[in-house]
Every structure is written in structure tokens, then in C-alpha cells.
Design a protein around this ligand. Structure first.
Ligand code: C2O
Ligand code: CU
Length: 463
């Protein structure tokens, strides 16, 4: 697979680069002040019942200006990128009156939410929602955690154009913190005139589209307010098509208290937090530093294969510690109730992730050697607990995502986690156990959206 590397480098050089904060309007050598971290939009609750969150949401064209470029025509839920943050409690019913005002068909997928298959927004269970049409999504939010939603139709284009939003579900027994911030990480590839370059160029096809502008809550290099000595909680999701983020906050460790499927029994500390597209992490920290000082949140280089290593850390955001007295006496939470462990059985569902050139010389991504829709569906009984043997035989990492169910990695190092998306590194194997307790047709796929659209997707039928 040698040709990939040179191909990637050559193409990368042709991408017009915008720089985050130099540019004409920077003034006479002054660095412009970083933008404030945008808070995420919310939608009015149309149902007075406290156990129901009922909202109306459109997917629609909108305009948005990305750092250093002219305004872009984006597609957005209710006109904002990121789209709305829906806040609810575990056990609440979520009702979304969805309307498609885009010029093409779409469907909404609720990433990580355990719901009836008919509400999952895939092509197996739902007809396309044509322009001008609507659909009512309605399901209960069983689990606490940070989830997100995005189109499951031409997702490589529709997500890149700005269609994504978040769902924050609170449960019992959450830690008491001083501040909580939701961070939506993304990148976008945009020309100086605001247009988007061709979506499925060779480089995007291979690596998943990586942008030339990094975004946190829709802006580049924002300033995140925190307070020295305070217990700060960050809920983070990576919604990029292909980019992995490898977070590092200068002078601080993250204590990870939760992942995709909620809190974990034994939180752990880490200096860097690697996040593939689709993954979520829930972290806490107590900033140390003089009030008024600034620390940098970096995106550190990480190689996910095929010569993808960036040369240097990139600035993702800055954290400004509020002026005024530091808080004192805060401590980091160190334990939560353990996640219920699923009984491990033999890994009898093989899922081999691969890449190859097809008859026409096109690069394709495969599951068990086949390109979807030629991948035979996995059949399993309702209520079965089964283990997938996921083996990555390709030269790059693939974030494996399963719809509708959480899985647990066997022989995981550290605490037991409920995940729905996990990085399977190049040539790595792992066993993932899930309880398939919701009938219907589901999908699993690589969450590099170009890989999923390009065939690295399979069906799982729960009968
Ligand atoms: Cu977040 Cu099938 O995807
Ligand atoms: Cu992939």
C-alpha cells in the first residue's frame, strides 16, 4: 500500500490553506482577540410535561463565516453550526418534528442513542425525507451521556456542510461541578472565497476529509472561560468527517469520568485525549494558574496511518482563567458505580476491516473482503449477547461504530466502558461484546464518513 503515502502528500499540498488568525483584517501586526466560545443553541420545548422534550427542527441552508474566509453556504439544523444542543434527563421522551428544507433528501441519525430501529434514521428502516417533507422522530432517552445527531444519507457531504447537533442527557449520580462546557470539535475545508472544494477528492476518499480550519463550537481558536481552582467538566464530541483530535491542555491532565455510554466506574487520568470521529469523552479538571492567565488547548500530532502525521501541535482553543479569587477545596471525583459487565462469549461474528483496489483500480474499503452492499448481513436473535471479533487488516486506523447498542471491549485495559465508537488501530484486533435487545435492522460502519459511504459498512439484523 505504498502509493498511498506519496499520493496523500502530493494532494495535501494542493489544498489552499487559510491561516487561522493572520489575514488582512489582523491590523498592524496585532493579533486579533480570540473569539469567545459560542454557547450552543437550544430549541424551545413545546410540551409542558417535564418528562417530554418536544421540539421542531429544520435542516436548512444557511450562511456561516469560517475563519479567514468569505461567508460559506452551509447546511444547518435550525440555521446554526453546530446545530442545537438538546438537554434532557434519562427516561425523558424526545419528540422531534423534523422538516427537510434542504435541496436534497436526508434522514436524521441519533448517534449513540439506544432507540427503536425505526427511529434510527438509516436507509434500512426509513425512506428518505425528500425536500419539503417532514418526519416525526419520537423515542425515549434511556441513557445518560452526551450523544449527537447527524444525517445518515450522503453523510460525507451533509455532515461536512454543517449538519450536526448534540443531545446532553443527565442521569442520577452525576458529579457536582462548578462549570460544565460542551465542546463540539470539527474541521472544515473551505476556500478563501467561502466555497467548499470538491468533496470526494482522492485524498478525502482515502483519509476522510480533513479541513484546513479547526473548529470548536463552530469557531476557530475560541477562548474557553474557566476558573482557577474550580471543578470544570468538559463534555466533548468529535463530529469531523475524518480528523482525529488528540487533545492536550498545557500543564494539566484530564480526568476521564465517562465515555460514549456514560460514566465509568474508575475514572483515569491522561495528558492527551485521542478522539476519533463519533467518539465522546466526559472529563473533569481543576485548572491551576494565576487568575487572568491563559493556557493553550492543543491538538497534538497523531499518526493514524498512511503518512498522516502532522508536523506540529495545532492550537485548538485557549483557556482563560477568570480574574478574581481562585476557588479552593474542590476535588476530582474518583469513583462511580461500575458499568454492568456483559458476559463474554466466543467472538463468533468476524468483522475484518480492509482496503483494496477494485477491478477498476479504485480504492475501496471493505468488511470481510466485501464492499457494502455486498457484505452479508449478520443475523442474531433478539436478546442475544454476542461478541464481534473486529480485526483491522489495513494500514490505517478505523473508528468502528455500531448503531443501537453499546459494546464492551474484552480484555480492555482499565475500567469497563460502554462505547458505541472505538478506534481500531491499523493491524489491531479486538473483541466487542453487545446485548442485541432491540429488534430490527441496524448498521455498523467505520465513522470516517467517506469510508462508510465508500463501502465500509455492514448490516446487523436482530430477529
Ligand atoms: Cu454517527 Cu452511522 O453514525
Ligand atoms: Cu475507516
Amino acid at each position: 500500500m505504498k502509493p498511498f503515502r506519496s499520493c496523500f502528500v502530493a494532494l495535501a499540498l494542493t489544498v489552499p490553506l487559510l491561516s487561522g488568525c493572520s489575514g488582512d483584517d489582523a491590523g498592524e501586526g496585532r493579533t486579533p482577540a480570540p473569539p469567545a466560545l459560542p454557547s450552543l443553541a437550544s430549541l424551545p420545548d413545546e410540551d409542558p410535561d417535564p418528562g417530554v422534550l418536544e421540539v421542531s427542527m429544520r435542516a436548512m441552508p444557511a450562511s456561516k463565516q469560517y475563519s479567514g474566509a468569505k461567508p460559506s453556504e452551509v447546511w444547518a439544523y435550525e440555521g446554526t453550526v453546530p446545530g442545537p444542543l438538546l438537554e434532557a434527563k434519562a427516561g425523558d421522551q424526545l419528540v422531534v418534528h423534523f422538516q427537510n428544507e434542504l435541496p436534497e433528501a436526508t434522514r436524521v441519525h441519533w448517534h449513540g442513542v439506544r432507540l427503536p430501529a425505526a427511529m434510527d434514521g438509516t436507509h434500512l428502516m426509513q425512506a428518505p425525507i425528500e425536500p419539503g417533507q417532514g418526519f416525526e422522530y419520537s423515542f425515549s432517552l434511556k441513557d445518560a451521556g452526551l450523544f449527537w445527531f447527524h444525517p445518515h444519507m450522503r453523510s460525507d457531504v451533509q455532515v461536512e456542510k454543517g449538519l450536526y447537533g448534540t443531545i446532553l442527557v443527565r442521569g442520577d449520580g452525576e458529579p457536582t461541578v462548578d462549570h460544565e462546557t460542551v465542546l463540539v470539535l470539527d474541521d472544515v475545508r473551505v476556500n478563501a472565497d467561502g466555497t467548499f472544494p470538491e468533496f470526494l477528492d482522492d485524498e478525502s476518499k482515502m483519509m476522510g476529509r480533513e479541513g484546513n480550519v479547526l473548529l470548536v463550537n463552530g469557531v476557530s481558536g475560541p477562548e474557553i472561560p474557566m476558573q482557577s481552582g474550580a471543578l470544570e467538566r468538559l463534555r466533548i464530541v468529535n463530529v469531523a468527517n475524518g480528523r482525529f483530535f488528540n487533545l492536550r491542555l498545557e500543564g494539566h491532565a484530564f480526568r476521564v469520568i465517562g465515555t460514549d455510554g456514560g460514566l465509568v466506574g474508575q475514572p483515569w487520568d491522561t495528558d492527551t485525549l485521542l478522539m476519533a470521529p463519533g467518539e465522546r469523552y466526559d472529563v473533569v479538571l481543576i485548572p491551576n494558574g494565576k487568575p487572568g492567565s491563559v493556557v493553550t488547548l492543543w491538538n497534538d500530532p497523531y499518526s493514524r496511518g498512511h503518512g498522516s502525521l502532522a508536523a506540529a501541535p495545532e492550537l485548538l482553543a485557549t483557556v482563560r482563567l477568570a480574574t478574581g479569587a481562585s476557588l479552593s477545596g474542590r476535588s476530582l471525583p474518583s469513583a462511580f458505580p461500575e458499568v454492568e459487565k456483559l458476559p463474554a462469549g466466543a467472538a463468533d461474528i468476524p468483522v475484518v476491516l480492509g482496503e483494496k483496489f477494485d477491478d477498476k483500480g479504485e480504492l475501496v474499503f471493505t468488511i470481510n473482503g466485501q464492499v457494502y452492499p455486498d457484505v452479508p448481513p449478520v443475523l442474531t436473535a433478539n436478546g442475544s449477547v454476542r461478541t464481534l471479533g473486529v480485526k483491522n487488516e489495513s494500514d490505517m486506523d478505523h473508528p468502528f461504530h455500531l448503531h443501537g447498542f453499546f459494546f464492551q471491549r474484552q480484555n480492555d485495559t482499565g475500567t469497563l466502558k460502554n462505547k458505541d465508537t472505538i478506534i481500531v488501530k491499523a493491524h489491531e484486533s479486538m473483541e466487542l461484546t453487545a446485548r442485541f435487545d432491540e429488534p430490527g435492522k441496524w448498521v455498523y460502519h467505520c465513522h470516517i464518513l467517506e469510508h462508510a459511504e465508500g463501502g465500509m459498512l455492514g448490516e446487523l439484523h436482530v430477529q
